[in-house]
Design a protein around this ligand. Sequence first.
Ligand code: ADP
Ligand code: ZN
Length: 521
Amino acid sequence: MTPTPTPKQVLREVFGYDAFRGPQAAIVEHVCAGGSALVLMPTGGGKSLCYQIPALCRPGTAVVVSPLIALMQDQVGALRQAGVRAAALHSAESGASAAATWRELQAGGLDLLYVSPERLLNGDLIERLADLPLALFAIDEAHCVSQWGHDFRPEYLQLAVLAERFGTVPRIALTATADPRTRTEIVARLGLEQAAVFLASFDRPNIRYLLRDKSEPKRQLLEFLASQRGHAGIVYARSRKRVEEFAALIKAEGHDALPYHAGLAAETRSAALERFRHGSGVIVVATIAFGMGIDKPDVRFVAHVDLPKSLEAYYQETGRAGRDGLPAIAWMVHGAADVPPLRRFIEESDADPAQKRIEHGRLDALIGFAETSSCRRRILLDYLGETGSGDCGNCDVCLEPSQAVDVTEPARKALSTVYRTGGRFGAAHLVDVLLGGDTTRIRSLGHDRLGVYGIGRELDRLQWRSLFRQLTARGYLVAAADGHGGLQFGPDALVRPLLRGESRLEVRLPPPARERRGGRS
Ligand code: ADP
Ligand code: ZN
């Protein structure tokens, strides 16, 4: 028998790298020793090696659950090229090739077996695996198990069976989604209570965040692209129609641009992907259909001409820029007109009411981020659960003088209104109270008799809504746990000083209604 190689040897000899990156070494050591793990690492952080190396250092086959066939095929291809015995089982595999894979597996001839969750859970694969020596289970894109998450896949719920049936086989769950709620759900659903958690920083310091008020998006985009000549990039737009429009516009300006959306033929799409990957300076104009699994390292910019649907989505989409670590730009134009179509989209989906409220909350976080006058990166990292970072010096707010105004007084009024109404109401009602609105709800609740009724006429409705979102984005207000959209106070340490006048607050607000109607915007 050949001696088991060390992780370091495998890293060098199989993968050709000199050193582990970030938490990889600790993760690999932990899993090699038989421990289970939850790995939270941004896209491009190097998650694959965290299970591929233990797969080669431990006896038996490693089973990797992955939701994307294209990704599986890429991984298996690359591993085979490196001399690793890897194969995949999924719906796109022919019967004959599945049978061959199965024979290899049974003969102990596979180091890694990639499977789709459906393939693993339907039929008797689980039963058959129970008789084989297994090195580990890796659950890639583990956020798919979370109903709060942005990419829920019901079949992932059944992966709970792995903890029940294979208690002694280490399980390693990996994801690039870090928000604490999703994390808790992964742990609960995959039985990872005893697992070690490895959290890499989600900061992407080489990405510069530049947000602009949307006035003439076409002209603004062309100006931005003029500064990016020869660079590969992605332009995200909301709809197929907008994608086609913007692609034509960009092409007419002499850029090498291609449209990409789900309405195009499969061959057209894969040709576009191929050209983007291997060409130089190609710009893909796309809907979010262009996403998961793009591993082009030298994407120099990601531009949004429409608002994405959540702050997580924004982070994932912009995260496709600069995976090689060199400077890259996340550029976005946004305006109030972006919001209603996204709200409608949520309302018209077939999600249940609780889920819809969550989606609205996710969108609010993004709007708060777009409207903030604090460092963008700080807001983003706070949201991802990484608190305590300073101003980054690499976003528009840090780089360009801001137009923030002091809103300490209105913020105190807003908080008082939350308090006086019992912390049970959403922003729409709270703003009605502040503006002294005459609604049935206000009258039936007796809110017109409160001291805060009508005390907020210095701002208009849109400005109040913006302020409430920003108070939420900064943690002064949080959504009530009952999921009914009511707002409550955030941590005392934050709220109290503001209420007492010991701290001040500056934010950027939309212009007052008078100016919005007057000037062309
Ligand atoms: P993720 O799955 O986290 O998005 P990958 O596992 O695909 O990331 O890794 C991203 C890129 O970084 C890949 O090209 C991979 O080969 C490379 N990489 C990963 N670990 C290392 C390392 N220790 N040294 C050098 N390159 C690495
Ligand atoms: Zn900054």
